[in-house]
Design a protein around this ligand. Structure first.
Ligand code: GDP
Ligand code: MG
Length: 371
């Protein structure tokens, strides 16, 4: 019997014992995790439950993949990035999509209007970003109907926009949505724990930075053994609990950026990361800017000598060099490269001449000079 586990826990454990299907077992384990004691002494217990959970989820994922083989499992990316709009029914996802993009989705007062993902393209200062409205999320969506398929599609996204209806208990909506993502093994707004695993063929398991793990080493070893890591170097570079380590060892967990959008600000003034009204347009320009900032992209303009800069700009990943840009224009372009002149934030003075290795910044203007 676990340490001071209450009646609730015992009930949940009983349910787990009776569960027959994988989803039933997962549900029971999740309940156990919810009611398990939270004190330090029960950390091993929680890690064990999580470990069982992730194994079952992997099995479920495999089953699903077999069932959906041949079905489309991603939405083709268009533009510089793919952003998913998620939320519960009636939160205003469709209206928001129609205000931010060229899409004309159905906006309705009745629930569950949007049954298929709706795609639109947002133009932010010349950079095209794909926005995809997902069908509404509800409790247990992660396991029901097309939920599993839609969650697996979202794993490829660059950003998740969580849209809350601020006039209807937004905290509760947020909890439900984050919970479903958790069930689908997607962590929102968290960075992947900084841990490196180098698998080997012999030598057992050794640790670098083991003093950073806030747990008994015996428990850590047990966990690592359960993950079938028998020969590996595990390098830890930030403090973590046993539960976080369990998450980190779980290679199938996805970590995605998210922005919480409090919609219907005309009806209420509850806060998210940003407050908007899809209806009257409040905050929408600010939202576009925030989306762009979250994506780690920059835009640069090219120009020909003696002329003004070309439009539209070219979107690049943050930190991209002149070489990267030249290869986007044409793959052999850099072979004829002599130097480039740059105007903007990446240079100390305008019209500075730079080489292929020069790193570009947002809104730079680049003029290529060829041999
Ligand atoms: N007052 C107000 N109503 C909104 C706002 N955004 C959406 N709505 C309304 O909420 C209902 C549901 O909108 P819809 O975009 O279809 O929600 P979805 O189910 O999340 O796609 C519609 O009647 C919209 O007109 C808003 O910012 N303010
Ligand atoms: Mg909709």
């Amino acid at each position: 019997m676990p340490i001071n586990a209450g009646l609730e826990y015992q009930k949940a454990e009983l349910k787990y014992g009776e569960a027959k299907t994988i989803p039933e077992k997962i549900k029971a384990l999740e309940e156990m995790l919810k009611v398990a004691p939270s004190h330090k002494g029960a950390e091993v217990l929680r890690a064990e439950i999580k470990s069982k959970l992730s194994k079952l989820k992997e099995m479920l994922e495999k089953e699903k993949q077999q069932k959906t083989k041949g079905a489309q499992i991603s939405i083709k990316k268009e533009g510089a990035a793919q952003v998913m709009i998620v939320g519960m029914t009636n939160s205003g996802k469709s209206l928001l999509l129609s205000k931010l993009t060229n899409a004309k989705p159905d906006v309705q007062e009745y629930e569950f209007t949007t049954k298929d993902p709706e795609i639109g393209i947002m133009n932010h200062d010349g950079v095209l970003i794909q926005l995809v409205e997902m069908p509404a999320i509800y409790e247990d969506f992660a396991y029901k109907g097309r939920g599993p398929l839609l969650f697996s599609i979202m794993r490829n996204a660059d950003l998740i926009l969580v849209v809350l209806d601020t006039s209807h208990n937004p905290e509760k909506q947020k909890e439900i949505i984050f919970n479903e993502f958790d069930k689908a093994q997607i962590r929102l707004g968290k960075d992947r724990p900084r841990i490196k695993i180098k698998k080997g063929f012999e030598g057992g398991v050794s640790y670098v930075g083991e003093e950073l793990i806030k747990a008994d080493m015996e428990d850590v070893k047990k966990l690592v053994f359960e993950k079938h890591l028998s020969n590996a170097i595990i390098e830890i570079s930030e403090p973590m609990t046993l539960e976080e380590l369990e998450d980190a060892l779980n290679q199938s967990t996805a970590y995605l950026r998210c922005l919480i959008v409090g919609n219907k600000s005309d009806l209420s003034s509850n806060k998210g990361d940003i407050l908007v009204s899809a209806k009257d347009g409040t905050g929408l320009n600010e939202l576009k800017k925030k989306i762009y900032e979250q994506l780690d992209i920059i835009k640069v303009f090219t120009k020909t000598p003696g002329k003004k800069k070309d439009h539209p700009p070219i979107a690049l990943p943050k930190g991209a060099t002149i070489r990267f840009l030249s290869q986007i224009i044409h793959k052999d372009f850099y072979k004829k490269f002599k130097f480039a002149r740059v105007w903007g934030k990446s240079v100390k003075f305008d019209s500075a001449s730079v080489g292929l290795g020069h790193k570009l910044a947002d809104d730079d203007v680049v003029e290529f000079h060829l041999k």
